[in-house]
Design a protein around this ligand. Structure first.
Ligand SMILES: Nc1ncnc2c1ncn2[C@@H]1O[C@H](COP(=O)(O)OP(=O)(O)O)[C@@H](O)[C@H]1O
Ligand SMILES: [Mg+2]
Length: 281
């Protein structure tokens, strides 16, 4: 059994995955996707029985995942999964079709229409780039003038930022929930508390992690969200609203450094065990 770990930066997570694979006793190959080039016209396969896609760069990881998959090695997550989870709009459409409760979301393709969407959401809304993570460029719009300024700024950014994705601001406690789904199991969950001076809860922005006991409803919500996308490893972001759980995002590449210590769950071990189950026979 040979496991390839595709990376562009060796973070704590990748190192932990490699260590756990060694501890289990399988062959593990750390593979820096930024070193060297790939002959994508050759049939040769050197990626082993299964690969974990762990690049920090979404686009690089997505394309590398396509290359490895085409060579015959299953990749977690698959190109198809990454294409969906890498885009909040595509993800939300999947969740919606699966009957999962999501925040009210309006999309428009020009600044004036985006302002109309903002007003229709009651003059308080969250604007998000459809691709991106760590809370980056996720903005809280409040008041006509500041909303207009933010929306106007996007007109001078790359085309992807001109997909105006506006969401109702969900009345929630100063935290959200990140549930870790591996295959068909919720292996752990954390509450993420918004840090001093921010309304976003991302740990990358200083959000504090606390263990969250996985109740039946939470388990069902997270599993259903994962199933709406396909087989894989996910970080499902959930808010506690007045009407119950709302899923606002499904992440296809997850960081879990803080979560291991607060939950006591050996997340990298679970990931490796799952990868082995998904290996080509
Ligand atoms: N509709 C919303 N209402 C209230 N808070 C939100 C809403 N959407 C996002 N947030 C907050 O902003 C954070 C980042 O949003 P998210 O959609 O998860 O984007 P990212 O991919 O950058 O993590 C969330 O973890 C949550 O704390
Ligand atoms: Mg998120």
């Amino acid at each position: 059994m040979k496991l390839t770990v595709l990376y562009d930066m060796l973070r704590w997570e990748e190192k932990a995955i490699i260590e756990e694979a060694k501890a289990i006793g399988i062959e593990v190959v750390p593979f820096n996707i930024k070193s060297g080039f790939f002959d994508i016209t050759s049939q040769e396969n050197s990626y082993g029985d299964v690969a974990l896609e762990r690049a920090t760069s979404y686009y690089k990881g997505l394309h590398m995942s396509a290359i490895v998959e085409a060579s015959g090695t299953p990749v977690i997550n698959s190109r198809e999964v990454l294409e969906i989870t890498g885009n909040k709009l595509f993800t939300l459409l999947r969740l919606k079709s699966a009957g999962i409760a999501v925040p009210k979301t309006y999309v428009s393709f020009d600044p004036d229409s985006a302002m109309s969407a903002f007003r229709a959401l009651g003059g308080k809304a969250v604007i998000k780039p459809v691709t991106g993570s760590w809370g980056r460029l996720v903005g809280l719009l409040e008041g006509e003038y500041s909303a207009k300024a933010v929306i106007e700024d996007r007109a001078y950014m790359d085309p992807i930022y001109q997909i105006y994705y506006l969401q109702e601001y969900v009345n929630r406690p100063p935290r959200d929930i990140r549930a870790f789904v591996v295959g068909n199991d919720v292996i752990a969950a954390i509450y993420r508390y918004q840090p001093e001076g921010d309304w976003r809860t991302n740990t990358a922005l200083g959000g504090r992690a606390e263990n969250c006991v996985v109740n039946e409803e939470l388990r069902e919500t997270a599993i259903k969200a994962a199933e709406a996308i396909g087989e894989g490893i996910y970080g499902v972001d959930i808010m506690e609203s007045d009407d119950g759980y709302l899923v606002h995002e499904v992440n296809g590449t997850v960081e879990f450094k803080h979560s291991v210590s607060v939950t006591g769950v050996n997340i990298p071990r679970k990931i490796v065990e799952y990868a082995i189950r998904r290996a080509k026979r």
